[in-house]
Design a protein around this ligand. Structure first.
Ligand code: ADP
Ligand code: MG
Length: 387
């Protein structure tokens, strides 16, 4: 358990118990990809893997110290820190949310000792960054006395990721990590931030396959897609593509306002928003077959229109389509690497997982890292119980 491991690492590093331990899950997005920054809808679940942050006030006069099981120790002065630590340090994901709480007047400034443990894969497209940020924010808020609600935590973690990690991410990852409820996917309206908790039938489970190809949102592919989406909205005369329909995109292509490439990108966004709403309704109706079809359509749109898939992700989705008990599959996350998911009948999940893994290995000569997850609950925080 990350919680237990974070507490153990804390004792080992700092020679005493933490005061507070928070844990926040990673996520996979079931459908609604590359639409958050167009103010569309997304439908993620929190996964049964989380990052735990154990924390206490630092001894008087001492700076903040942060350790993680997977990285070296970092030190900083939280009360006087202004902006990110140099060299893209991992500790920016801890420092950033804490500084945002302080700068927003939601927590007092003090130095802290922090230990981090996680079973969320890093850089695998399941948002280890949001898990760390949300856990760090909740732990520090509990320690330093703030009162912000869960959505406010999500928003300030997004700001922290922009300002301290330099990643122009949307609001989805932090929102689902902070706000999910057990057994439910979370439909997020990225315009209003209205949330709808949609039950995921217990008969279905999500398989996650890591393509093994690492992406960085800050590397340009993501930013160029965002630019394209914004330019398409301008050409269509709307504030965001949320206010455009697939028909309006087709007309704009026909009369030359959008070139073929821009039209394809805008078609992805507008059809994906419609698919995501339809998918939430299908889940509400318990129609997993309809949900699965929408997942395949989403993948095809990301591959052909939005052009963010890669061969490894396509191969995982193709294998899933032939595997036993699979309702649907698609790439998930920003693309250019990361993971693919399959929604599968729980009884046949083991067989499907082996089938898809074997197909991938035959093609790429290595076994993909994989895990199964149901829809988990959101982040938790509690005083550390001595023991
Ligand atoms: P993703 O969010 O898809 O996993 P990102 O590149 O956004 O990938 O975030 C990964 C980065 O977050 C890591 O490189 C590291 O700096 C930081 N990080 C996440 N989890 C941890 C952890 N448990 N310990 C230390 N750093 C972490
Ligand atoms: Mg991330």
């Amino acid at each position: 358990m990350p919680r237990t491991r974070a507490s153990a690492l804390f004792r080992q590093t700092f020679g005493g118990p933490p005061e507070v331990v928070a844990a926040a899950p990673g996520r996979v997005n079931l459908i609604g990809e590359h639409v958050d920054y167009a103010e569309g809808f997304v439908l993620p679940i929190a996964i049964e893997r989380s990052t735990a942050v154990a924390i206490r006030r630092a001894p008087a006069g001492a700076p903040s110290r942060a350790v993680s099981e997977v990285t070296g120790e970092e030190s900083f002065d939280l009360p006087t820190a202004r902006g990110p630590l140099p060299s893209r340090s991992w500790a920016n994901y801890v420092l950033g949310p804490m500084r945002e709480l302080i700068d927003g007047g939601q927590a007092r400034a003090c130095n802290v000792d922090v230990a981090v443990a996680s079973d969320v894969p890093l850089g695998g497209g399941v948002s280890s960054s949001a898990a760390l940020e949300v856990a760090a924010a909740l732990a520090y808020r509990e320690l330093a006395g703030g009162t912000s609600d869960r959505l406010a935590i999500a928003r300030l973690c997004q700001r922290a990721e922009h300002r301290y990690a330099g990643t122009p991410c949307g609001i989805m990852d932090m929102t689902v990590s902070a706000c999910a409820t057990l057994g439910h996917a979370l439909l997020i309206d990225c315009r209003s931030l209205a949330l709808r908790h949609v039950r995921l039938p217990a008969s279905a489970i999500v398989l996650v396959f890591d393509s093994g190809v690492r992406h960085r949102l800050s590397d340009g592919g993501y930013a160029s897609r965002r630019d394209a989406v914004e330019r398409a909205a301008d050409a269509l005369g709307v504030g965001t593509l949320r206010d455009a329909s697939p028909d309006a995109v087709a007309r704009a292509r026909d009369d030359g306002r959008l070139d073929a490439d821009a039209a394809a990108k805008a078609r992805h966004v507008t059809t994906e928003i419609a698919r995501t709403i339809a998918a939430a309704d299908a889940l509400d109706a318990g129609d997993l077959a309809a949900f699965g079809r929408l997942m395949y359509e989403s993948h095809a749109s990301l591959r052909d229109d939005f052009r963010v898939s890669i061969g490894e992700l396509d191969a995982l989705v193709e294998a899933a389509a032939d595997a036993p008990g699979v309702y649907g599959a698609r790439m998930t996350g920003g693309g250019f690497g990361g993971s693919a998911i399959a929604l599968v009948d729980r009884e046949r999940a083991d067989a499907a997982q082996a089938f898809i893994g074997d197909a991938f290995r035959r093609r790429f000569g290595r076994q993909p890292a994989t895990f199964a997850t149901a829809a988990a609950g959101g982040a938790t925080v509690a005083p550390y119980v001595h023991g």
